[in-house]
Design a protein around this ligand. Structure first.
Ligand SMILES: *Cc1c(COP(=O)(O)O)cnc(C)c1O
Length: 396
């Protein structure tokens, strides 16, 4: 029963509980563009917490293309894609992304969250089954619940556990996984997952939000790196707000899947198209992905430098070869203390707490980008070395 002293819907209690459990979230007010050197609440920091992996969010050519796009196409999309909101830059970007991913066709979406809702709720429903890696992104899990399909979460990257669950699949089975796991930075075993999917006549959907632009010979992501075709990975979702530095997302798949989404996907149909100038700017990001391929090399060097440095300090990093480098701290309280200690040294890293990550696995999610210099990575390592919370081994 509701306590008569609480406010309607128990908001006061819910907020108080969030505070008392060290789970209260606060937004930092960024007073500079997204880049390693940021200004927050009047102070300058060196930041390791964006997903701008290639340093394109504030790249002069991308900024210039955005301005040019606004001059050519105005600001608002003005209507949904199916009414009169589908303009030339959207179309050009779909073609360019189809080429990058080696897929027949691409559909642009306003965000990754919506892309996942669109694909999953359109492909599966009541009477079908969906199989999730336990650590999949929240948007994939939400989409699975909304779809009404029978919902099953297999142990992280565990093919045996997945195979067991698949034996009781109903209807059309869909296996869904992050490519690069967003909070752990490790890679899904895509080649093996594709084989399991085939053996059970399931489809495999990969959300490569953190792999697109970073992995693969041309930046096509983990699917490119593993050399998987449309017969292996039927649906590939990528986002544009991370390595590509702009905003939005896309679905890359067969002609038939894309046409089905255009006809039936409610999160595609019932929303205004994203500003065409964003698509225009993203075309420049794609051009830079090829012309400035040194950005990927430079990023890999920063990752290797950080991992080697962290290992010699004995830091409790999760094994990851990607720009996402999680430093496990344990309790939410300690994670907050460590971010505070780093902030006092001018370094900004985000603490990630439950429910985004499991209880007891609160962490600093350190992200490296091509815009960081080797001196800046050294600065981070020095700051971590100075903190006992970062260097103390966890209790068993
Ligand atoms: C960021 C992210 C999304 C959401 O993409 P947005 O474009 O930011 O809505 C989806 N999936 C994964 C794995 C992500 O990391």
């Amino acid at each position: 029963m509701n306590n008569p002293l609480t406010t309607p819907f128990n908001l006061t209690e819910r907020l108080a509980k969030q505070r008392s459990e060290n789970l209260y979230r606060q937004r930092l007010l960024l007073q500079s563009p997204q880049q390693p050197q940021v200004k927050v609440a009047g102070k300058d920091y060196l930041a390791f917490s964006s997903n701008d992996y290639l340093g394109l969010a504030n790249h002069p050519q991308v900024v210039a293309a955005f301005k040019e796009g606004a001059n050519l196409w105005g600001v608002g999309g003005g209507a949904s894609h199916l009414v009169l909101g589908h303009s030339n830059p959207h179309h050009q970007l779909e073609l360019a992304l189809a080429e990058l991913t080696g897929r027949e066709r691409v559909l642009l979406m306003s965000s990754g969250y919506m892309a996942n809702l669109a694909v999953i709720t359109t492909l599966v429903g009541k009477g079908d089954s969906i199989f999730h890696d336990r650590l999949n992104h929240a948007s994939l899990l939400d989409a699975g619940l909304l779809s009404g399909a029978r919902f099953s979460r297999y142990l992280h990257k565990d093919l045996i556990n997945l195979t067991q669950r698949l034996t009781s699949a109903m209807g059309n089975p869909l296996i869904v996984t992050d490519g690069v796991f967003s909070m752990d930075g490790d890679l899904a075993p895509l080649t093996e997952l594709a084989a399991v999917a085939k053996a059970h006549k399931a489809w495999l959907m990969v959300d490569d939000a953190h792999g697109i632009g970073v992995l693969g010979a041309t930046g096509g992501g983990l699917v490119e790196q593993e050399g998987l075709g449309v017969d292996d990975v039927q649906i590939l979702v990528g986002t544009l707000g991370k390595a590509l530095g702009t905003a939005g997302a896309f679905v890359a798949a067969s002609e038939e899947i894309i046409e089905t989404l255009i006809q039936f996907a409610r999160p595609y149909i019932y929303t205004t198209s994203s500003p065409p100038a964003i698509a225009h700017a993203t075309l420049t990001s794609l051009k830079l992905l090829q012309e400035e391929s040194w950005r990927r090399t430079h990023l890999q060097q920063r990752i290797q430098q950080f991992v080697a440095g962290a290992q010699s300090l004995g830091l409790n990093l999760l094994p990851s070869s990607t720009p996402i480098q999680p430093l496990i701290v344990g309790t939410s309280e300690d994670a907050l203390k460590l971010t505070k200690a780093l902030r006092e040294q001018g370094i900004l890293v985000s603490a990630i707490r439950p429910p985004t990550v499991p209880k007891g696995a609160a962490r600093l999610r350190i992200t490296l980008t091509a815009a960081h210099t080797s001196e800046e990575v050294e600065q981070l390592l020095d700051a971590l070395a100075a903190s006992s919370l970062a260097t103390c081994p966890l209790e068993p």
